[in-house]
Design a binder for this molecule. Structure first.
Ligand SMILES: *Cc1c(COP(=O)(O)O)cnc(C)c1O
Length: 227
């Protein structure tokens, strides 16, 4: 447990350094601790060190943790693949969802968001490298999807998310992140309130911060390897 606190401090340092190199304010970059396949006890240790935002990939696994840790008032982000039959639980229990890539899912989340909860904060997942078989809306179709999602009640469209192909060269890794930033900038002409780029993980958070990430999603560097 001491280990995760140390790890968290190291990640915060990496973020501060990356922000400094990029000429950005560290406070403009939110750290999302990705806790999938890690225990409630590990999450508690990280929360105890002041971490507020946690990300989960599997709906049921996340729900158990949200319930177990309800007293801590943490902020929960859903970052996994979304099946239609899971939207109700996401709408009811999460604060953010990063992985919406089709209108049907957005409509269900909109209809199912409970009225006593604030709008669900939402990012569209973009298949930024246009890879076959990969989740995410194609770059050419982002604008149209954003247009439709922005109109749905119960949701607040915040920006874009990507999970790019890993490049061996850190400099080349900036390319997909720059592409996502440019897509967001194009959308901002119509939707000035969009403010979120969810990009960068343990291996590439520096490249993402250089290209404007406002949320980095970090699992391994905080919690250690997943089994
Ligand atoms: C697991 C996961 C992460 C965290 O990855 P690490 O390499 O462990 O930091 C980030 N984003 C998504 C969508 C993930 O599934």
């Amino acid at each position: 447990m001491i280990r995760v606190t140390e790890n968290l401090n190291q990640v915060r340092k990496r973020l501060q350094n990356a922000a400094r190199v990029a000429g950005r304010e560290p406070s403009d970059i939110k750290l999302l601790a990705v806790s999938k396949r890690h225990s409630v006890a590990s999450i508690e240790a990280v929360a105890e060190a002041g971490q507020q935002d946690f990300g989960e990939n599997f709906v049921a696994e996340g729900l158990g943790k949200i319930e177990a840790l309800a007293a801590r008032k943490l902020c929960w982000h859903f970052i996994g693949a979304i099946q239609s039959n899971k939207t109700r639980d996401i709408a009811a229990h999460y604060d953010w969802v990063h992985t919406v890539d089709r209108l049907k899912i957005a409509r269900r989340l909109s209809e199912q968001r409970p009225e006593d909860r604030p709008p669900l904060e939402l990012c569209l997942q973009v298949n930024v490298d246009d890879e076959p078989q990969k989740a995410g809306v194609r770059p050419a179709e982002v604008a149209e999807l954003a247009e439709q999602v922005a109109r749905l009640p119960g949701l607040r469209l915040r920006g874009l998310m990507c999970l790019p192909r890993v490049r061996s060269d850190p400099e080349a890794q900036r390319e997909p992140f720059a592409a996502l930033r440019q897509l967001l900038e194009a959308l901002q002409a119509q939707h000035a309130a969009l403010d979120t780029l969810s990009m960068g993980m343990t291996g590439d958070l520096e490249a993402a911060v250089l290209e404007g990430a406002t949320i980095v999603r970090v699992g391994t560097a905080i919690f250690g390897p997943r089994d």
